[in-house]
Ligand binder design. Structure first.
Ligand SMILES: Cc1cc2nc3c(=O)[nH]c(=O)nc-3n(C[C@H](O)[C@H](O)[C@H](O)COP(=O)(O)OP(=O)(O)OC[C@H]3O[C@@H](n4cnc5c(N)ncnc54)[C@H](O)[C@@H]3O)c2cc1C
Length: 434
């Protein structure tokens, strides 16, 4: 069982490569009894841990409450691709946030990967962080798009030497016949062991005084001058609450549940490759993504496994034949790996929003939420944690850029939104084929 269920029972990590290679097992206590804090943060993924850490760095007394284990959700299961940029196409919101808002989102898209770099250095987090990232083109239309992206970065003043690669050059980075070119970013983007990054950040937060609780699902929030969050066995009374449960929060806050669609993505990890084979297929050891909606993403792990991920189907549900489905996708890119042993396969739920821009805002004057990174959250979560902490400490400008963006519920309510997504994904699959 791949540990996908977000049931009310608390759970251990899913059977992933990351859980098997975690630097240590977190073992934080249950929340029992009634405690006080300046801020209660719900959810121990990147969003919650980084919100707590940023607040602790500013001197706040924080309680972080996780239903399962720190990094149990999407954070401990993802492809580990550290990619800059926040959301998709900030220009579409210009009439709400102005040109300055669009610029601010662009700048935060650069800052978010730097936060990871700084954090890893500052707290000496052992998490296999490497720089180098490649977008690969499956067809000439993608190359036209990459040229536009490169030009956009230059127009925005990004000094990074982002290179367009032709079909021959791309093979020096990813040795596959599947691609007709690429766009290489050597320094701003890269890859990481996400679970080790997150538990390292949690440890840093703990050292700064954050009280962390595991296996403690919040089942009620009451609003007011002093909001209170309740679990089965305890409660936290605080001045502020931040919800960071994302795709795993179920119906704790129905308004938020209606705006985020949990959607499944799956990853396989091969057995370790020989040095020679690893070097021959991924000479640059970069992270790689293609630009389709139902994209492939892959990279080598530190012990030279190929971690190959993607959307496993269009229903949003985990496939019963995960390994076979993902092996088939991997063999299209690397036929030489068609029969390689697969040591791990797992899935996770990412929170999709309709407009694919992270959702931040206020449920009441001192209760805030962060969710819906639409599959691109490893770096953006770090930024959202930072600006939420800024807002709580009295500087709301950057938080409010996001809070001004409207987010609509998925049409069809809980019953119909999943079939609706399947139809939407089929449409994007057809577009991907053009
Ligand atoms: C398979 C997969 C691959 C991905 N690959 C990439 C990638 O390569 N690059 C990238 O940028 N992004 C990727 N993503 C997306 C990225 O992982 C997420 O955007 C990011 O981890 C979201 O972090 P989060 O903290 O908001 O949510 P999560 O990590 O899901 O954390 C939410 C936490 O809240 C807890 N929780 C929920 N409800 C409650 C409650 N009531 N009380 C207490 N705790 C609660 C959950 O147990 C969970 O631990 C991927 C996602 C998946 C699933």
């Amino acid at each position: 069982m791949l540990g996908l269920k977000a049931s009310v029972e608390t759970q251990s990590h899913t059977t992933s490569y990351y859980a098997a290679t975690a630097n240590w097992q977190t073992d934080y206590p249950l929340l029992e009894g009634d405690i006080q804090a300046d801020v209660a943060v719900i959810g121990g993924g990147f969003s919650g841990v980084n919100t707590a850490l940023e607040l602790a760095e500013k001197g706040y007394k924080v309680a972080l409450i996780e239903a399962n284990k720190i990094s149990w959700g999407a954070t401990g299961r993802n492809g580990g691709q550290v990619i800059g940029g926040i959301g998709h196409d900030a220009e579409q919101f210009e009439k709400f946030i102005g040109k300055e808002g669009v610029r601010a989102i662009y700048d935060m898209g650069i800052e978010c990967t730097r936060i990871i770099k700084d954090r890893v250095e500052k707290y000496q987090i052992d998490c296999d962080l490497k720089w180098g990232y490649l977008d690969v083109a499956l067809k000439p239309r993608h190359m036209t798009m990459f040229e536009e992206w490169r030009q956009y970065e230059a127009d925005m003043g990004n000094p990074t030497d982002i290179k367009l690669l032709d079909a021959n050059e791309v093979k020096h980075y990813v040795n596959s016949d599947a691609y007709c070119g690429g766009l290489y970013n050597p320094t701003d983007n890269g890859h990481v062991h996400p679970l080790n990054l997150c538990i390292g950040e949690a440890k840093a937060a703990e050292h700064l005084g954050v009280q962390i609780f595991e296996h403690s699902r919040v089942n009620k929030i009451t609003h007011g001058e002093k909001p209170v969050v309740y679990t089965d066995k305890g409660s936290v009374t605080a001045n502020f609450v931040v919800t960071c449960g994302n795709a795993y929060m179920e119906n704790l806050v129905p308004k938020l549940a209606s705006r985020v669609l949990p959607s499944c993505s799956s990853v396989i990890a091969t057995a370790p490759l020989s040095d020679e084979l690893a070097k021959s297929i991924m000479p640059s050891d970069s992270a790689v993504c293609d630009p389709r909606t139902a994209l492939d993403y892959f990279r080598l792990s530190a012990d030279k496994r190929l971690l190959f991920g993607g959307l496993s189907n269009y229903t949003g549900l985990e496939p019963s034949n995960l390994e076979a489905t993902m092996r088939k996708k991997m063999a299209i890119v690397f036929p030489q790996l068609a029969n390689i042993d697969i040591d791990y396969g797992w899935s996770g739920q990412m929170g999709i929003g309709l407009n694919r821009m992270p959702q931040l805002g206020r449920l009441s004057k001192n209760v805030f939420y962060i969710q819906a990174y639409s599959g691109h959250g490893v770096a953006p979560t770090h930024m959202m944690g930072r600006i939420t902490a800024e807002m709580i400490s009295g500087t709301a400008e950057r938080f409010d850029v996001f809070a001004k963006i409207r987010h609509w519920p998925f049409p069809g309510g809980k019953l119909l939104r999943r079939p609706g997504l399947a139809v939407g994904m089929l449409y994007f699959k057809l577009m991907d084929m053009l």
